[in-house]
Design a protein. Structure first.
Length: 118
């Protein structure tokens, strides 16, 4: 049984990754040893890695499914409104039926929060 998929997200500097995940989305640091940090909030987890080489090659789009999208939007937009993606800053119903809003950090990492109808 597969339990979860955990992305590894590369940043030029560790501070950039912690800025997005910890300061922006309220994740907690579970482990940090210089070039690697493990961060988590609720059931979501990510590995934040400092690597200028790989950060230059990959700026990912990460999706996080939730069942509390309005609450997450309030929390994040109050905490860090500067991270709201200019193309999807508010909770919006998309043509495929999901409610979504997005974040975009200064390095180009995009995080889409998505709630599917029940």
């Amino acid at each position: 049984m597969m339990l979860r998929l955990i992305p590894k997200v590369f940043f030029d500097r560790m501070e950039e990754g912690l800025n997005l995940f910890v300061d922006g989305m309220g994740f907690e640091v579970l482990h940090h040893d210089g070039d690697l940090a493990v961060v988590a909030r609720d059931g979501a987890k990510a590995y934040v890695v400092a690597s200028a080489e790989y950060a230059a090659k990959d700026r990912p789009e990460i999706s996080i499914e939730t069942d509390t999208i309005e609450e997450l939007h309030r929390d994040i937009s109050t905490r860090r409104p500067d991270l709201l993606h200019p193309n999807l800053p508010r909770v919006t119903q998309r043509p495929w039926g999901a409610l979504e809003f997005s974040l975009l950090d200064k390095t180009g990492v995009c995080v889409v929060f998505r709630q599917w109808p029940t």
